[in-house]
Design a protein around this ligand. Structure first.
Ligand code: AMP
Length: 281
């Protein structure tokens, strides 16, 4: 079983042994309730690093006041068994008071990229993400950290953070792991009722259709319009946003045919908001 580290000093003692002999530490930050998507990050870390550390921390400051912090799924026992099966060395599992002791007041603001797409629907979300990930990097002192491309906006924002703040961690993006019907694995999929679950694969089907037929659209507006039409056909789906943005920095696409861009979407099924994306070209 992976070693459970509850305190910051436990983590530093654990990693110091690896640092002494110049071994590579791979780190996977998560909020737990692990599925195969989370495990894929660790499998990749296992191949590339000498030591694999996960964190499991449901980070309160990335949840809005009306969001699902209290009912976010938690399953430490199941998580540890899964992490054991892929050869995880240690899990940092701090209490909230360890991460945010009384008087905590310093945050990282990633600027405009944190205010678009999911940032518009979830004000303050990415400020919570950048702040906790920076803290975790400082605690763990990893060489490489692994993130899912399912959360592409998060991955792009975190890359900007490590560049802007000269944080010496290399970020590795891992392709989205999907269910057989194409639905991106997510801890929040467990909230879906039967009907919603049956409808949710429309997201990836739509993204795949747009990518396949990209050359047939006159421009990005037409591609977005088609995606909106396809998803609106599903009764259970309520679109939050569908947008095409540059892969590099999330800026607006000016030259649809030349720039490397991504279609991002967020769609609600009942109370559950799901996100997905696809690199189009
Ligand atoms: P979370 O616990 O939701 O904060 O996710 C922790 C990490 O797992 C993030 O880097 C996510 O992008 C990644 N992740 C979540 N779902 C998937 C998936 N289906 N495929 C690949 N990575 C994922």
């Amino acid at each position: 079983m992976p070693k459970i580290l509850k305190n910051i000093s436990d983590v530093r003692d654990f990693t110091s042994l690896y640092n002494l002999v110049n071994r590579r530490i791979g780190f996977v930050p998560t909020m737990g309730s692990l599925h195969d998507g989370h495990l894929e990050l660790g499998r990749r870390a296992r191949k590339e690093c000498d030591c694999v550390i996960y964190s499991i921390f449901v980070n309160p400051i990335q949840f809005g006041p009306k969001e699902d912090l209290d009912k976010y799924p938690r399953d430490l026992k199941g998580d540890l068994e899964k992490l054991d099966s892929i050869g995880t060395d240690a899990v940092f599992f701090p209490d909230e008071s360890i991460m945010y002791p009384e008087g905590f007041s310093t945050y990282i603001d990633a600027g405009e990229t944190a205010n678009i797409l999911c940032g518009r629907s979830r004000p303050g979300h990415f400020r919570g993400v950048t702040t906790v990930v920076c803290k975790l990097f400082n605690i763990v002192g990893c060489d490489q950290a692994y993130f899912g491309k399912k959360d592409m906006q998060q991955f792009i924002i975190l890359n900007k953070m490590v560049r802007d703040l000269n944080i010496p961690v290399e970020l590795i993006g891992v392709d989205t792991v999907r269910e057989k019907d194409g639905l991106a694995m997510s801890s929040r999929n467990s909230y879906l009722n039967k009907k919603e679950r049956a409808s949710a694969p429309v997201l990836y089907k739509t993204l795949g259709y747009i990518k396949k037929h990209l050359s047939e659209f006159a421009g990005q507006e037409e591609a977005v319009q088609k995606a909106k039409e396809m998803i609106s056909e599903v009764k259970e789906a309520e679109i939050d946003y569908i947008e095409i943005r540059n892969l590099k920095d999330l800026s607006e696409v000016k030259n649809f045919r030349k720039e490397k861009h991504v279609m991002f979407l967020a769609v609600k099924f009942g109370k559950t908001r799901l996100i997905d994306n696809i690199i189009l070209n």
